[in-house]
Design a protein around this ligand. Structure first.
Ligand code: BGC
Length: 817
């Protein structure tokens, strides 16, 4: 081993590390089954990381990690530092010549990693996507084993559970796969705000509301990291569109940044201390987020106390492929801002960094700090202790977890005459819509997962003992197979960023549908939508239903209603669609989201009543796209190739807008039906105590006939004297356990003084204004069950902060008054 290390050290010192470490040598240090030699000193055992036969300071595990990392930094050469600040490239990213030297680490299909420094015993860490589960290659050359991962429900689905305990359990399961497949950091969770329903990656994100986003993300991070692997909370910040994502300049006010686009990250950082954070692609007010010191140092570290490291998104800071090829990014500005690691890492970046180190173009202090933070990450990663991963995570157990999580994330949007749960036995169900036969487990791009299977709706219904119509199945199956092949062919050569297309609907005659209405008990129509990284959705044929879908709904509902039978629509979608124009034509609507690999089983659990739906919308379903507050400012100008976008709606995103400006949605934020009913009573509000906390309690009783869970939402209306404020904002939420009929739960909430405060720009502070506060407890943002008041005598400056996000153009945020 010693000689290998020496040989590699020679390569490193001669500056040839990018191409110089041979596969064998690199692998030698990384391979978990090879243990470095051990030293025993005074009865203590130490790992001789660099194999030099003595205990160096950084090898002394009794010392704090920070001290050990600092000692390592002292021993690194400039070349090693320059190399360490970039990743090892992105293997398999076709068509990008600069990444030709990329190193495929020990986990094929991972998104990247860091360089090993074998002479110092520093191993390479591996990072891999993503938010719905680990994304690695399931099949490896010359290997008979498979490496499938569990496709968990997408972000919108998980958030719709409003159940932080459940999300934490999902995170724990995901993190177990990360660890057992030899990965150190999962590039998840993603919690950008749903600013506009067309954002192609909304399925990965949680909500239009920062509190829901932050609480769900923190639970996810805590779950994943409980395995001793890391997370990368992304994309920091305001990555709210895919159109021109590498170069879009967003004009956003400091207030909107702090109250909306940063709030969820603040909660996540404070409640879960993620190991890493990923800066986003976009610019804010003229500067790339990855090069913004106010964002990455002043706010993230100094204000919020973040201790981990920051990496760029893949090629973040490059305006596009031309600049990637030309090597023109702003690496030095990124490092200076506090963006420690540049991913996936390009030779041009390393060269620029090394030149700057040599010429004094970057200070030693900054470089050492960035390097130290990356080292601290490496030192806490499983690879550092040669963790012997099994390549055998508990896929069976995790399938059960995803099945239950997906069911809890489903939102029952409509249930006329209690058509659901469907408890009839003996009859046949007619399943319409191509998506019934080709269920969508999750979106595309880096948020995709290579799962072993997806349970379709038909399979789910069959597994639940329900009978589905054979003739329809025989008509749909070959049609779907053919259309699916065409669709896949269309994106075959476009790699990870290929955008999925909707499959056309099968044109069924009115006569055939009438026959089905006569011969079956119930009609189910599944509508599907898919989207992914690299593109936003469109209004026509995507947000709005396409003509063939409307025709299907019309024909099926007319025929079934004529025959005195019911129609259920399943929405197998990742983001919001239009529902107002057609919802009254059908009886029930179940929003199943993209529910992961067990999707069909999870839907069947809800349809049959095995699980009582308790999911609630974490975003608004507007009547029409044009009602969206950002509709006229998305995805930016000029329309044919947007370069900039103004967040003119300010803080009025989602329900903050609809409820304040009295625009009636189709389904409001927080909405979702249950098979039972809940009664709220006995609200009690204890005014602010000495430590600035206000306590609220309420009783919630199940007054229906079946067991169920309820999400209790706390909205606060604050006095709006010095600044405009939304009519109410979600400030806390809780979910009951499964309550049996007649059972009551006591729910309590604590509001901190910061929860009462808004960001007042002229004061550069979070201020809770004097006056009357109304607490509203509801089952949605509109359906309030109990409310009460308390008041504050004096204005309270809760937190004063440094100015950030200086505007690069003049505009004013939307105001009510
Ligand atoms: C995405 C990130 C992802 C990264 C690595 C980027 O294109 O925006 O979310 O983690 O690729 O795959």
């Amino acid at each position: 081993m010693h000689s290998h290390i020496k040989k590699t050290a020679f390569f490193v010192l001669s500056g040839l590390v990018f191409v110089g470490i041979s596969w064998k040598e690199k692998n030698y240090m990384d391979r978990p089954e090879k243990n470095p030699p051990v030293l025993t000193i005074n009865g203590f055992t130490f790992t001789d990381l660099n194999g030099n036969g003595r205990l160096d300071t950084y090898e002394d595990t009794r010392l704090p990690v920070g001290q050990r990392a600092a000692n390592l930094v002292e021993q690194m050469t400039d070349e090693e530092k320059a190399n360490f600040l970039i990743g090892t490239g992105m293997p398999g990213f076709d068509g990008l010549t600069p990444v030709v030297g990329a190193i495929e680490g020990r986990v094929p299909g991972a998104a990247g990693g860091t360089y090993a420094i074998p002479r110092l015993g520093i191993p390479a860490i591996i990072v891999a996507d993503g938010p719905a589960g680990l994304r690695i290659k399931p099949i490896r050359p010359n290997d008979s084993k498979t490496y499938y991962c569990t496709a968990f429900p997408v972000g919108t689905s998980l958030a719709s559970t409003w159940n932080t305990e459940l999300v934490q359990a999902v995170g724990k399961a995901m993190g177990n796969e990360v660890k057992e497949y030899g990965v150190d950091v999962l590039l998840a969770p993603a919690l950008n705000i749903h600013r506009n329903p067309l954002c192609g990656r909304n399925f990965e994100y949680y909500s239009e509301d920062p509190l829901v986003s932050g609480k769900i993300a923190a639970a996810m991070v805590n779950g994943i990291q409980s395995n001793g692997v890391g997370t990368s909370v992304k994309h920091f910040a305001a990555n709210n569109q895919e159109t021109n994502r590498l170069s879009i300049n967003e004009h956003v006010s400091e207030r909107a940044m702090r109250e909306l686009y940063l709030k969820g990250f603040e909660i996540t950082v404070k409640e879960s201390q993620p190991w890493t954070i990923m800066s986003s692609y976009n610019l804010i007010n003229g500067t790339y987020t990855s090069a913004r010191k106010d964002l990455l140092t002043d706010i993230l570290r100094n204000e919020w106390g973040y201790k981990g490291m920051v990496m760029t998104d893949w090629f973040g800071g490059f305006a596009g492929f031309t600049s990637i090829k030309a090597g023109t990014s702003n690496s030095i500005a990124q490092l200076n801002a506090g963006n420690d690691l540049l991913m996936p890492g390009l030779p041009s970046q390393r060269d620029a960094i090394l030149a700057a180190i040599k010429s004094g173009g970057i200070s030693k202090e900054v470089v050492d700090l960035n390097v130290k933070r990356i080292l601290e990450l490496v030192m806490r990663s499983p690879v550092m202790t040669n963790y012997k991963y099994s390549d055998k995570p508990d896929l069976k157990g995790n399938a059960e977890i995803t099945r239950n999580a997906a069911a809890e994330g489903m939102v029952l949007l409509q249930n006329k005459t209690n058509v659901l749960p469907y408890t009839k036995t003996g009859g046949t169900i007619a399943t319409f819509g191509v998506t019934s036969y080709d269920f969508i487990s999750g979106g595309t791009g880096s948020g995709d997962v290579n799962e072993a299977y997806t349970i379709s709706l038909i399979e789910g219904l069959t597994n639940a003992g329900l009978k589905t119509d054979e003739e329809l199945k025989n008509l749909y199956t070959p049609f779907v197979a053919k259309e699916k092949a065409v669709e896949l062919e269309g994106r075959k050569n476009k790699g990870i960023l290929a955008l999925p297309q909707r499959l056309p609907e099968l044109d069924l005659s009115e006569k055939l549908i009438a026959q089905k209405a006569a011969g079956t008990e119930l009609a189910i129509i599944t509508l599907g939508r898919n989207s992914g990284e690299g593109g936003d959705r469109k209004v026509e044929n995507d947000f709005n239903l396409a003509a063939d879908e409307i025709q299907l709904i019309d024909r099926v509902s007319t025929a079934y209603h004529k025959a005195g039978k019911k129609v259920v629509v399943i929405l197998n979608i990742g983001g919001v669609i239009e529902t107002a124009s057609w919802k009254n034509k059908v009886d029930a609507i179940l929003l199943s989201w993209q529910p992961g690999q067990e999707g069909g089983n999870s839907v069947a659990d809800i349809l049959t009543g095995k699980v009582n739906p308790s999911g609630k919308l974490t975003m608004t379903f507007p009547v029409k796209y044009e009602d969206t507050p950002s509709a006229s400012n998305f995805p930016g100008t000029p329309a044919d190739d947007p370069k900039e976008v103004t967040y003119a709606e300010g803080i009025y995103v989602g329900y903050r807008y609809y409820n304040t400006f009295k625009v009636k949605p189709s389904f409001e934020f927080g909405y979702g039906l249950s098979y039972t009913n809940f009664q709220y009573s006995d609200i009690k509000i204890n005014g602010m105590d000495a430590s600035g906390n206000t306590n609220v309690t309420v009783k919630v009783k199940n007054i229906g006939k079946v067991s169920g869970k309820e999400v209790v939402q706390l909205y606060l209306s604050a006095p709006a004297k010095s600044i405009d404020k939304p009519v109410s904002e979600l400030k806390s939420f809780g979910k009951t356990t499964l309550l049996a009929p007649g059972e009551t739960a006591d729910i309590s909430f604590t509001l901190s003084s910061k929860d009462l405060a808004s960001f007042v720009p002229v004061q550069q502070a979070w201020v809770a204004e004097a006056g009357k506060y109304t607490v509203s407890l509801g089952t949605s943002s509109i359906n309030i069950k109990q409310s009460g008041n308390f008041s504050l005598d004096k204005n309270m400056v809760v937190e004063k902060v440094q100015a950030a996000f200086a505007p690069d153009t003049k505009f004013t945020d939307l105001k009510l008054r």
